[in-house]
Design a protein around this ligand. Structure first.
Ligand code: FE
Ligand code: FE
Ligand code: ZN
Length: 292
């Protein structure tokens, strides 16, 4: 079964997100843990969380993806910015235990002139300070477009971060199709080749989620401007191949496309559902036609 949802506003709480997701045919969703451009977090209410658990069970929802705020930069040059990243990651991961753990996605960061190696080292240091082994969440590094001094625009950089965290069993990767394309990975022309690279450099066992977005810009543009599915340069057919790929089809997919209304996401989800046709599991017996 296809696991698909979109980014939802957390303004009205978890039970409301669950109902919103269900209303547009989504069986999962992504949400911000706090104000994406600020940092303050509203208290989560017990009653809301228990209503959410009931809805999620009734609606068959799972694989919730929490997204860290954009302002979090674990490799900032300024120590107070790194301190904010540390405190936010720590607090988010602690909160997510109340949901029994989640997928938790963050942008690795921008090295702002310190250089890639220094940036990678600081990100890894921040992760090393998290009690990863005690958590029920899986922490995901997002593949980035590589704009400016962004870390995470290549698979090698993500691998280097993971390698520098000794207790890295709870670390994974979220592949953003717009970002990967903008970073120069040709998922439209050579999806198999890109996934082979991912597997060789990072390992496909680390891939836990996909942000399914089209891109407004051409391959390798390093821009990071999302488009609705089929309205960008990656194109609908290529994104359908992503969803149906034998190595990807069982992963959860999240839309982060520019939609003003829930109905807009609903239409995109319905479109992908209508094209979902992954390879059938191999049953080991002879093909039925051979018995005819
Ligand atoms: Fe993101
Ligand atoms: Fe993304
Ligand atoms: Zn983006």
């Amino acid at each position: 079964m296809l696991k698909i949802g979109c980014h939802l506003s957390c303004a009205k709480g978890f039970a409301a997100m669950s109902k919103d997701a269900h209303s547009i045919g989504a069986n999962t969703f992504q949400f911000f843990t706090r104000n994406p451009r600020g940092g303050s977090a509203k208290a989560w209410q017990d009653a809301d969380l228990s209503a959410f658990a009931d809805f999620a069970r009734a609606f068959g929802q799972s694989h919730f993806l929490a997204h860290a705020p954009y302002t979090l930069n674990a490799c900032a040059a300024r120590e107070n910015v790194r301190e904010f990243a540390y405190l936010t990651l720590e607090d988010d991961l602690k909160r997510l235990e109340r949901l029994g753990g989640c997928l938790y996605n963050f942008h690795p960061g921008s090295h702002v002139g310190q250089g890639v190696d220094a940036g990678i080292e600081k990100i890894a240091q921040t992760l090393c300070a998290m009690p990863l082994a005690d958590l029920h969440s899986t922490v995901l590094l997002e593949t980035m477009a590589g704009k400016g001094s962004e870390i995470g625009g290549s698979f090698e950089q993500l691998r280097a971060i993971i390698d520098q965290v000794p207790a890295n069993e709870k670390l994974g990767v979220c592949l953003d199709t717009c970002h990967a394309w903008d970073a120069g990975y040709d998922i439209a022309g050579d999806l198999d080749g890109v996934l082979e690279q991912f597997d060789r450099i990072i390992g496909l066992d680390r891939l836990k989620a996909v942000h399914l977005n089209d891109s407004m810009n051409p391959l390798g543009s390093r821009k990071d401007r999302h488009a609705r599915l089929g309205e960008g340069q990656i194109g609908l057919d290529a994104l359908v191949r992503v969803v149906n790929h034998p190595r990807l089809h069982a992963l959860p997919f999240y839309l982060e496309t520019p939609n003003d209304t829930l109905a807009g996401y609903g239409a995109e989800i319905a479109l992908i559902q209508s094209r979902y046709d992954p390879p059938q599991p191999h049953c080991g017996s002879a093909h039925p036609k051979e018995h005819a």
